[in-house]
Each structure stands twice: as structure tokens, then as C-alpha cells.
Design a protein around this ligand. Structure first.
Ligand code: SAM
Length: 215
């Protein structure tokens, strides 16, 4: 049994359906883990880098599921001829994830996104275009990651949810992330004035959210 960190476990736990598309699969932990756990029957693992894709191919052989994990080299959803019910796009920046979504001819009904940066830009793009099923935070190896689960439909972020999401479902990692980010920004602003623009907006969101949670 492969031991994963909390981020990979969270991504696998959000997969359900017959076929998963793991876009930017790299090591293949999500595609192989989702098949091994029975959360999906099979997976299509896609990576733009042949070298990265090879890691998924090797892992799927090692774990005895190479007949259920199809490895395809290419950009985003382009190589996918199969119908997938769920797709994971994780470990890329929010702006790259937007490009992958925008270039897709057709998207699976359920999307699981985990941007490593620029989550603000991603949430702005998703707002009103999908049903926001979940948006929560997981902490792995001392770093905080958003996990955003989308369905078909239309729902919206509140004005103070674009940087750090909805904390839905609620979890302890969200409060820890807000406290850590507030401390970082306050240390910075103790020597520099609070600038106008995006950093000020982020600071306002963090302080407002902290006060709502009484932290
Ligand atoms: C940091 S790894 C993330 C691996 C895994 N998804 C995770 O979250 O741990 C990012 C992977 O995405 C791949 N990638 C980047 N842009 C891509 C694109 N447009 N289409 C497919 N794969 C892409 C990279 O080659 C790399 O293997």
C-alpha cells in the first residue's frame, strides 16, 4: 500500500465515478491511488512531459493496475478521447489550470482542482461558471493547499473568499493557514506601509476571516 501525504489523500478521496482523468499526473499517485482504492474503475493519466508520464507508467506496473491506468502524453484534456466522469488538475499554478480548462472541448461533470499558486485568479475565473461543491484547505509538509471541487451549475464566491476559499467543509487547516498568513503579512507591514492593490485586498480578507473565526 502506497503511503500518501494529506494532499494526495484528499485528492483521491474526491474522485468518484467510472473514469478519472488525472491531468498533469507526474508521479501518478492520484491516478494509481484512485484505482487501487476502488474510487474509480479506471484512470487516464495525462502529462505534457513524457519523462513525467513514465513515472505514472512505472507506478501503475509496480502496483499491478497498468491494465486500468492508461498513460497519454499531451497538453491538458487534448489527448482524452474517452469520456471521463471526473478530472483532477493538481500541482500547477492557477493560471495554468485556467488555460487547461479554457482549452478543453468538453469537461467532465466533476472537477477537482488544487492550484499551487494563484488560487485567487483561479477562483475569479470559476466564479459563476460552475457549482462550487467544496473549497477547503489541507496542510501537507508544512504547506497549505486549496482543494476546490466543482460540479455543473452556477454558484458564487463571496467577496471575502477569493484568496482563501470557503472553508467548506470546515477544517482546522483553514484556521491555521489564515493565522500563519496574517502573521506573515503583519510582520511585513510592521516595517513597510500596507500597499494598495492585491496585497492590501489579501490582508483585508485574512483579517476579516480571522475576526469571523475569532482567531
Ligand atoms: C508539480 S507536478 C504535479 C503532479 C501531481 N498532479 C500533484 O499534484 O502532485 C505538475 C505536472 O503537470 C505537468 N503539466 C504541466 N502543464 C501541463 C499541461 N498543460 N498538460 C498536461 N500536463 C501538464 C508537468 O509536466 C508536471 O508533471
Amino acid at each position: 500500500m502506497i503511503k500518501h501525504d494529506k494532499r494526495i489523500d484528499a485528492l483521491i478521496s474526491e474522485c468518484c465515478g467510472e473514469v478519472l482523468a488525472d491531468i498533469g499526473c507526474d508521479h501518478g499517485y492520484v491516478a494509481v491511488g484512485a484505482v487501487l482504492s476502488g474510487r474509480v474503475k479506471r484512470a487516464v493519466a495525462i502529462d505534457i512531459s513524457a519523462k513525467s508520464l513514465e513515472k505514472t507508467r512505472l507506478l501503475s506496473e509496480q502496483e499491478g493496475v497498468s491494465d486500468r491506468v492508461r498513460c497519454l502524453c499531451g497538453n491538458g484534456f487534448a489527448p482524452l478521447d474517452d469520456e471521463a466522469d471526473v478530472a483532477v488538475i493538481a500541482g500547477m499554478g492557477g493560471v495554468e489550470i485556467i488555460s487547461v480548462l479554457d482549452a478543453a472541448k468538453k469537461l467532465p461533470a466533476r472537477l477537482v482542482l488544487c492550484p499551487h499558486q494563484n488560487a485567487y485568479e483561479l477562483r475569479k475565473r470559476l466564479n459563476g461558471k460552475f457549482d462550487i461543491v467544496k473549497d477547503y484547505t489541507v496542510c501537507a509538509a508544512g504547506k497549505f493547499y486549496p482543494v476546490i471541487v466543482l460540479g455543473e451549475g452556477e454558484s458564487f464566491y463571496a467577496e471575502d473568499e477569493f484568496f482563501y476559499g470557503k472553508d467548506m467543509p470546515r477544517g482546522d487547516d483553514y484556521a491555521a493557514m489564515l493565522a500563519a498568513r496574517r502573521a506573515t503579512l503583519e510582520e511585513r507591514f510592521s516595517t513597510h506601509r500596507v500597499p494598495d492593490g492585491k496585497l492590501r485586498a489579501e490582508y483585508e480578507e485574512v483579517t476579516l476571516r480571522c475576526s469571523k473565526l475569532k482567531i
